[in-house]
Design a protein around this ligand. Structure first.
Ligand code: ZN
Length: 95
C-alpha cells in the first residue's frame, strides 16, 4: 500500500516537472519571438538614418531626394541630379 502511494506521488511529481519544463520551453519560445521582434524593430529604427544617407542632393536647390524620385542627367562624363524637372529647367536657364 505504501509502495503504491509512493508510486503515485512520484508520478505526480514527474508530471509536475514535465508540466513546468513544458511551460518554461513555451515561455522561452515566446521570449525568443519577442526578442526577434524587438531586434527587427530596432533594425527598422536604425535603418531610417541609413536610408536618408542614400538620399541624393539636388544640384540646383540643394534639397535631398530619394534616388528613384530624382531626375538624373549625365553628359560629358558629369552626372547631375535634380529633385524635379523644374529644378533641372531652372538650373539649365541659369547656366
Ligand atoms: Zn531642386
Amino acid at each position: 500500500m505504501s509502495f503504491l502511494l509512493r508510486a503515485v506521488f512520484l508520478l505526480l511529481i514527474f508530471g509536475f516537472v514535465v508540466y513546468v519544463l513544458k511551460a518554461i520551453a513555451r515561455l522561452s519560445f515566446h521570449l525568443r519571438g519577442t526578442v526577434k521582434d524587438v531586434k527587427n524593430l530596432r533594425e527598422q529604427l536604425s535603418g531610417r538614418p541609413a536610408a536618408s544617407a542614400e538620399m541624393v542632393r539636388c544640384a540646383s536647390c540643394g534639397a535631398f531626394v530619394a534616388p528613384r524620385e530624382a531626375v538624373t542627367i549625365s553628359g560629358r562624363g558629369a552626372k547631375q541630379i535634380f529633385c524635379s524637372h523644374d529644378c533641372l529647367r531652372a538650373h539649365a536657364q541659369r547656366a
